[in-house]
Ligand binder design. Sequence first.
Ligand SMILES: [Zn+2]
Length: 210
Amino acid sequence: MTGRCVPKSLLVVLGLVATVCAQQPKNRPSDATEGGAPPPPLKVALSGKALDKYTQARKDALQYLASPRCADFLSGHGFQPDQVAKALSAQRPQDGTASSISFGAAGIIGSQPDPHSGDSVQTAFNNPNFLTMALSQPRGADTYYNPQLLTRKIAYPYSNPVSVIHEALHNLTGESDVAIAQDFGYTGFEPLESNIFLNDTLKKYCDSKR
Ligand SMILES: [Zn+2]
């Protein structure tokens, strides 16, 4: 299961990423290897104002992760705060709306075989019927963001630091929202509910320097 199909009416959901597979995905050989022009850029780095906002959010988030309140909470729920900070520092922010890389090549995979692994990442961000905020590479450093999330052009109830910490947890653990939320005390099994639980928890404990 992946989070790329999110009902727009729910207006939330930050990267309900496919994280059920522990193993690293294999990179598939390109279909177009015979001569001709070099392939177009598939992975497009975040840039401009969205990158500025991301950079500020990450700086703030690293301070929040070091706060006693957040560090104590994470430590008490099986996460090492310094490891989360390390994953966040290593995170490579990509532009989800511009990246035509496939889910499979991006290392974002669901069930095996995943019928969507050939779809491009940008379709998840540009489909008007769904609203994807971010998608992270499990146990990898790439996170694809919706630039309009970071520039706050989309109404969203959580701060940018909460969003980047959320995604760093996926990078670090490779776990789904449900699994991480359960580590935080959530007792259900619903992806959307767990996403909200996870964000509410981060907002409560890890959204300030205190
Ligand atoms: Zn998530």
